[in-house]
Design a protein around this ligand. Structure first.
Ligand SMILES: Nc1ncnc2c1ncn2[C@@H]1O[C@H](COP(=O)(O)OP(=O)(O)OP(=O)(O)O)[C@@H](O)[C@H]1O
Ligand SMILES: Nc1ccn([C@H]2C[C@H](O)[C@@H](COP(=O)(O)O)O2)c(=O)n1
Length: 674
């Protein structure tokens, strides 16, 4: 996951490959609650691991469930309708799928257990999301529910009361279907002696989510009788019975981003999505039909989808999106690539989600340059001929981040010239943790970008100037990859030494460099499967690396390997010739220096930390000799690129150096501060 303030997406190109979807959030949190309420142990396979499921798991633990997580399996031993604690304060983040059903379940349980009292709260936005319709329904049933802040909003306290099930329980269905889901999940706890009827007031929205609820209830032994979409009867004698093992299918809403990706960029080969398909019980699977209406070519298997681009530009649509409320957001961004204005209707529920998604989507699409009309319950988006670079606010809303990432395909824009392309900055990218923590990693694994579009910062300089340290920290701040090019010369030196190849044998060394079987695992370097990272830092290996790196054939042998590190979303490369030879088109080049005295002292401290003693004078003499050789060799000598910025960190701390480089980088980016 990218836990950084912003992630810049360079202009992206074609897409192909396979994505494994994380488990469905809606199914995961429903299953967790059902397992928690049941007697016995339920094993959930491929449960979603995200912010929203973590708060549900924590709440269930607090209430007395035993939970064991073991790889793909989560085993939950339920509290069988009797929480182990009579009072608890539950923090539920911004997870509506936890807040609503837990409120209902605990309100009902609190009526059955004298003295029980539970409070349920979350983050600030959760306290702005209405829950009044559910509170009214529960109070109508005889539960005692207090709103601790604003009436009709969390935080809530449920405590005591007397259930009266004689009359049907009434609940509004036109703001959020989660209120009905909450009652459907909670009321089997009360339907022991008599059937309980729920009546929906108003037109029920998001019906597919109710189908998921009914489907999962059935698996736990509760066969709800549905009478149209107005009445639901929970049979007398209801009792939750664990089905044993349940597999969590992939998240159909999350699939929408990759379906869109195939429709926009699946040009030569399809994008394959595994984990969800035609057999899905999730309503958002019908996003597939909306994408097909826009031109996508979709091949559906029971548990997988393959998507290719069909019509291009995409076809504009005018669609009632009530049946795919979450996935429909993705259509708003696809509309930028369409052949006319697209209208998404019946989406009023967007306004009470993680953020007011109609307002947020309109605002962010306009930043890209789009013309957008926003109504109480609709959004009309015109195709965009020329995208503007934009810094996208994500409103702590995972779907805003994932949808807007699709704007990075603007190089493919059918109304564009194929040349004009802009990056997209996604602010607070870690908000995807709510449902899809590794979304951006998954995206980068199936998309391509022109090498020239992938940003590079080079950091060259003499030995022990702090290149590696600076490079790693800048890369961590930007979410980029690193290339420690010195380690490639060092590993060549080590491989040659082991193979008995002389430092004077240019062709033998080049052959050694080409034949090396290397693997990089983070900062670790593996040579023929052996982790040689520590050995590479030997002073003798460094000295030999300096000698062999003077040979043009050795440098040529390592050229392609180094270029291959230029991968999405960006690269910070350090060495001697990064800015002059390997990445001459880098967007920012730094020449990092420090006095020989400072560098020798840093090296000494490094050795002392490793328990190795050395003389400061010897170290200084060695590094000066190495610098001299690196500077004076004929091929790719150590020198600043003409357009490099110089940074002397003799007196500048690591953090200050990092902030300086990031500031230089940002000053060159096209994003404004909106
Ligand atoms: N600005 C700084 N101030 C003080 N110490 C620093 C600074 N930058 C780096 N160092 C320290 O200097 C030492 C050498 O840093 P580093 O290994 O990053 O240098 P390098 O240029 O990559 O070296 P080499 O060329 O040998 O690979 C490390 O112990 C590091 O913590
Ligand atoms: N781009 C590079 C990187 C390194 N070298 C050579 C010269 C250095 O003395 C030696 C070891 O590098 P270090 O790990 O100390 O950065 O490798 C080079 O020629 N070009």
């Amino acid at each position: 996951m990218y836990s950084i303030p912003y992630l810049d997406l360079p202009p992206l190109g074609h897409a192909a490959g396979t994505v494994q979807l994380p488990g469905s959030k809606s199914i995961s949190n429903r299953l967790l609650l059902l397992a928690g309420l049941s007697e016995g142990t339920t094993t959930l396979v491929d449960l979603l691991d995200s912010d929203d499921t973590r708060v549900m798991l924590a709440a269930l633990r607090t209430l007395g469930c035993a939970i064991v997580q073991d790889g793909r399996l989560t085993r939950i031993t339920g509290f069988a309708g009797r929480p182990q604690v009579a009072s608890a304060e539950l923090f539920l983040g911004n997870a509506g799928t936890a807040m609503r059903p837990l409120t209902a379940a605990l309100a009902v349980l609190a009526t059955q257990q004298g003295g029980a009292a539970y409070t349920l709260g979350g983050v600030k936005r959760m306290h702005e999301r209405p829950i009044g319709d559910l509170v009214d329904a529960l109070r109508g049933l005889g539960c005692t529910v207090d709103c601790l802040g604003t009436e009709g909003y969390p935080p809530l306290r449920v405590a005591g009361g007397t259930l009266d099930l004689a009359a049907p329980v009434k609940v509004r269905g036109d703001v959020s279907s989660q209120f009905l889901t909450a009652l459907l999940l909670a009321l089997p706890l009360a339907a022991t002696d008599r059937a309980v009827t729920i009546e929906v007031v108003g037109e029920l929205i998001s019906k597919p989510y109710i189908e998921i609820t009914l489907n999962l209830l059935a698996r736990f032994g509760i066969a709800v009788e549905r009478q149209g979409w107005e009445r639901f009867v929970i049979p007398a004698g209801s009792r939750y019975v664990t089905p044993g093992e349940v597999h969590v299918e992939g998240d159909a809403s999350s699939a929408s981003y990759f379906i869109a990706l195939g429709a926009i960029a699946g040009v030569d080969a399809p994008v394959r999505i595994e984990g969800v398909g035609a057999a899905s019980i999730q309503g958002d699977i019908r996003f597939k039909e909306a994408a097909e209406a826009m031109g996508a070519v979709v091949h559906a298997e029971p548990n997988a989808l393959e998507i290719r681009r069909g019509a291009w530009p995409l076809k504009a649509i005018d669609l009632d999106c009530n049946h795919i409320p979450d996935a429909a957001m993705t259509l708003a961004v696809m509309a930028l690539y369409a052949d006319g204005p697209s209208t998404l209707r019946n989406i009023a529920s967007w306004r009470v989600k993680e953020t007011d998604r109609i307002a947020a989507m309109a605002c962010e699409l306009r930043k890209l340059g789009a013309t957008v009309e926003e109504g109480e319950d609709f959004l009309r988006v015109e195709p965009l001929a020329r995208f503007q670079p934009a810094s996208i606010h994500t409103y702590d809303d995972h779907r805003m981040a994932m949808c807007l990432s699709l704007a990075a395909f603007n190089r493919l824009n059918p109304a564009g010239d194929g040349e004009h392309a802009v990056p997209v900055r996604i602010l607070d990218p870690k908000c995807v943790a709510k449902t899809f923590p590794d979304y951006f990693e998954a995206l980068f694994s199936v998309v391509e970008a022109r090498a020239a579009d992938i940003p590079v910062i080079t950091i060259d300089g003499p030995t022990a100037s702090g290149k590696g340290t600076l490079s790693a920290s800048v890369a961590a701040q930007l979410g980029w990859h690193t290339l420690d090019s010195g380690s490639l010369y060092r590993v060549t030196a080590l491989a040659a030494r082991r193979a008995g190849v002389s430092a004077d044998d240019e062709q033998g060394l080049a052959a050694t460099a080409r034949a090396m079987q290397l693997r990089f695992e983070g900062v670790r370097v593996l040579l023929a499967g052996e982790d040689v990272s520590d050995e590479l830092r030997d002073e003798a290996v460094g000295m030999m690396a300096s000698r062999i790196s003077a040979w043009p054939a050795v440098r040529a042998a390592l050229y392609d390997l180094q270029c291959g590190f230029r991968q999405l979303p960006g690269l910070v490369a350090d060495g001697r010739d990064m800015g002059t030879v390997i990445f001459p088109d880098a967007g920012l080049k730094i020449f990092l220096t420090a006095t020989a005295a400072a560098r020798a002292e840093r090296r000494l401290n490094q050795l002392i930390a490793k328990g190795i003693s050395a003389s400061l004078d010897d170290l200084r003499a060695d590094l000066e000799a190495r610098d001299e050789r690196d500077r004076t060799r004929a091929t790719a000598p150590l020198r600043p690129a003409e357009d490099a910025l110089r940074l002397d960190n003799s007196q500048l701390g690591i953090e200050a150096s990092v902030q300086q480089v990031v500031a230089w980088w940002n000053a060159r980016q096209p994003f404004d501060a909106r």
